[in-house]
Design a protein around this ligand. Structure first.
Ligand code: TMP
Length: 392
């Protein structure tokens, strides 16, 4: 049974950065539920993929050193540990992972045509389609079977998980490995980072819910890694149940035990989380309003989809955060979805004009604070809402 625990109000599509501000930009309800049987946390409103992931999708995986390094490290690990003949990536974005491999050994699947074009241009085999059974049949016909399938921050975006896993099962070889990587529900609850929820993030996985889900497809987790990316993610290493050659590591039960100890299998935990979210909203607004009263200026640093949830849930307008800065070409000179707040092109010197910077990209805190050391020395203060609203 699905039980409701958090209402984040009306939210625009998190990655629809408009060129002209529209006060009537379409908004959708963002309500979060916990399934008492499968332990899966999900949002209720499902928006068709075609509306969210189109030929103008602005999110680029390669925009930060942190993510480029994470994918590079993973590529070396995959080569050493699994040495796949062919690797298929579901949601290959701008090629942050696949470009680390020889082009003859990888296949990308990326429905956002503007992104697929980037790897196609570099002669990497890329299907600009949605991942589904039709596509898996096409791939199987051409490549027979795939011995490693990887997908980061993508499966949580696809409503029909049955179709996802049925299609994976169709192309994955008998001894094949599936690696999936997504934000960790445990980290989200611990850090009170409710901005992990937006209309693209249909699910927020835990090891408990992934384990339950995989049972239906005769797949099982054999290893888990905790990652610091995206504010705390889990990388699940998965195999077919029938493959007895690979042994399960201790990490799997350790993670599940940790999640159970924190109460991720109980509804009460989510009710408590919901209360903390409202507290966080009030405290963040207190900080921003105090700064406004002092007539000091705040800029948003990193025009993330996560920040869109914060702005719209907390009703933060231009009077509190006058503009955002970002390095992504697709976001620059556009407006934060749902808000009349413009995204400016990042340049180091413009930070001189602000007293405070709200960390929209708090998941890159280390990288950003390091980059802006000089401004911090001169008095720039960063504001974050994670794990609780504070001035750093
Ligand atoms: P993400 O949190 O969804 O990965 O998005 C991070 C956003 O932050 C992305 O739009 C790029 C932006 N960003 C900067 O503008 N400057 C930076 O130094 C970093 C690390 C990210």
């Amino acid at each position: 049974m699905k039980k409701f625990f958090l209402d984040l109000g009306l939210q625009p599509l998190a990655n629809k950065y408009l060129k002209e501000f529209k006060s009537n930009q379409i908004k959708y309800k963002l309500k979060i539920y916990f399934d008492t049987k499968s332990k899966l946390v999900s949002i209720s409103k499902r928006i068709p993929s075609k509306i969210m992931f189109d030929a103008k999708y602005p999110y680029r995986s390669s925009m930060s050193n942190t993510m480029r390094k994470s994918f590079k490290d993973l590529a070396s690990e995959i080569k050493k540990r699994f040495n796949p003949r062919i690797l298929l990536e579901i949601g290959s974005n701008d090629g942050a992972l696949i470009l680390n491999f020889n082009k003859n050994n990888v296949i990308g699947v990326e429905p956002c045509k503007n992104l697929a074009k980037i790897t196609k241009k570099k002669n990497y085999k890329t299907y600009d389609n949605y991942w589904n059974f039709e596509l898996s049949k096409k791939i199987k016909k051409k490549f027979k079977s795939i011995d490693l399938i990887y997908s980061a921050n993508t499966l949580t975006h696809i409503s029909d998980l049955n179709n996802v896993f049925k299609s994976i099962n169709h192309v994955l070889s008998k001894k094949g490995i599936l690696i999936i990587e997504d934000p960790s529900l445990l980290e989200c609850i611990k850090k009170n980072s409710y901005d992990q929820f937006y209309n693209e993030h249909i699910y927020l996985f835990s090891a408990i819910s992934v384990k339950n889900l995989l049972k239906n497809y005769n797949l099982e987790i054999f290893d888990i890694k905790n990652l610091s990316t995206h504010g705390g993610s889990l990388r699940y290493y998965i195999k077919r149940k029938s493959n007895k050659l690979i042994k399960k590591t201790r990490q799997v039960n350790k993670q599940i035990h940790k999640e159970k100890q924190y109460g991720l299998n109980k509804f009460e935990t989510y009710k408590k989380f919901s209360k903390n979210v409202f507290k966080s909203k009030n405290n963040l607004l207190k900080i921003l309003n105090k700064i406004k009263k002092e007539r000091k200026k705040i800029i948003g640093y990193g025009a993330t989809a996560k920040a869109v949830t914060i702005l719209n849930f907390c009703n933060i307008n231009k009077d509190l955060i006058s503009s955002f800065i970002d390095i992504t070409p697709e976001k620059i000179n556009h407006y934060m979805p749902g808000k009349n707040i413009k995204i400016l092109k990042y340049n180091k010197s413009m930070l001189k004009n602000y007293h405070y910077a709200f960390l929209g990209a708090w998941n890159f805190k280390k990288e950003i604070l390091n980059k802006e050391k000089k401004h911090i020395k001169k008095g720039l203060r960063f504001i974050t809402h994670v794990p609780q609203p504070q001035i750093l």
